[in-house]
Design a protein around this ligand. Structure first.
Ligand code: TRP
Length: 325
């Protein structure tokens, strides 16, 4: 039986952090054998919150793809760039007739982003962000979309658009399902969502020294002031990192923290060490690709060609169904 297809992408944000790893990349890597995969860089999406991001897209794309490869994405999979496949823009336009603005305004992820941006005015392309995402997903007739929690509403909108297209014109698109990651939302050092704009992130290409400097700034249980004070691991950000990256010691750490035997400084040092060990092989593989950027560019070139071929087929189906275009 043919493998089911996965489509997943990220906006080009340059080097990735632990939140990107736990929230998406790790999931992609785990699923990649079982599925037929398409991975892509959502560079048009990067413009929806900042049009000037265009100038940085090329460099950030390369840096991000290096991290993907270093983390274990198999370069045999097509890895491609959204803006190189112009059909995404056409499909986005067609889909934009199949959903109401009221529906897009109800999107909880959008509401959260707008709050974070502190902006009164919503960009038209930002409102349509999930419509472009639907075009990305449905272009490749993906069955499964592995995403973090914040992206789940976009996959829901994708399903609605697929249904609407199929009802209005002809059955062309499958309804993709969401595959959530277990740690869909790894908090940043300060407890907010880990993100580049919050300066609460740890790059997974960071050195041990850089990691430990960052972890030292992490917010722990505010009631644990002195070493011997009993702590509450369930409200501690460092404890979440232990859960994710150091599961073997989790019970011991909980006991130590709650009893007041384990202080935050030691606990953080241990955490930094475990993070550095966990990411050491990735850091090493990264160095290889940094020296061989042309290899990364070739991988993208090949991916673009494969994506292009499928996009042409899908658009032929779309034109056929609509009897136009
Ligand atoms: N919106 C996703 C993010 O911000 C990126 C993205 C765009 C995407 N198109 C997609 C993810 C299609 C999965 C499938 O991370």
């Amino acid at each position: 039986m043919a493998k089911k297809r996965i489509l997943s992408g990220m906006r080009p944000t340059g080097r990735l952090h632990l939140g990107n790893y736990a929230g998406a990349l790790e999931n992609w890597i785990e699923l990649q054998e079982e599925y037929d995969n398409f991975f892509f860089i959502a560079d048009w999406h990067a413009l929806t919150t900042n049009p000037s991001a265009a100038f940085e897209v090329k460099e950030k794309t390369i840096q991000m793809v290096i991290d993907w490869l270093a983390a274990g994405i198999n370069p045999e999979n097509p890895i491609f760039i959204q803006s190189e496949i112009k059909q995404h823009a056409e499909l986005h336009l067609i889909f934009s007739m199949l959903i109401s603005t009221a529906r897009l305004e109800r999107n909880p992820t959008l509401k959260e982003q707008v709050r974070d941006l502190n902006s009164e005015t919503l960009i038209y392309g930002h409102l349509g962000y999930p419509v472009l995402q639907a075009a990305d997903i449905l272009m490749y007739k993906a069955n499964v979309v592995p995403v973090g929690e914040d992206q789940a509403p976009h996959v829901e909108i994708t399903r609605e658009i697929a249904r609407k297209f199929n009802q209005t014109y002809a059955e062309v698109f499958p309804e993709p399902e969401t595959r959530l990651t277990k740690f869909a939302r790894l908090p940043g050092l300060d407890g907010r969502k880990m993100g580049k704009s919050n300066d609460n992130f740890i790059l997974f290409s960071a050195t041990e020294d850089e990691i430990s400097k960052k972890v030292r700034t992490a917010v722990t249980d505010p009631q644990k002031v002195r070493r011997n004070d009993p702590g509450h691991p369930d409200i501690c950000n460092v404890f979440i990192y232990h859960q994710k990256f150091n599961p073997a010691e989790i019970d011991e750490i909980r006991r130590g923290c709650e009893s007041g035997m384990l202080g935050c400084v030691d606990c953080k040092n241990n955490c930094s060490k475990k993070l550095a060990d966990f990411f050491a092989p990735i850091r090493e593989k990264r160095l290889y690709y940094e020296k061989n950027i042309s290899e990364v560019k070739d991988i993208l070139e090949t991916g673009n060609k494969k994506a292009q071929a499928i996009a042409s087929e899908t658009m032929a189906d779309v034109h056929n169904a609509m009897n136009m275009g």
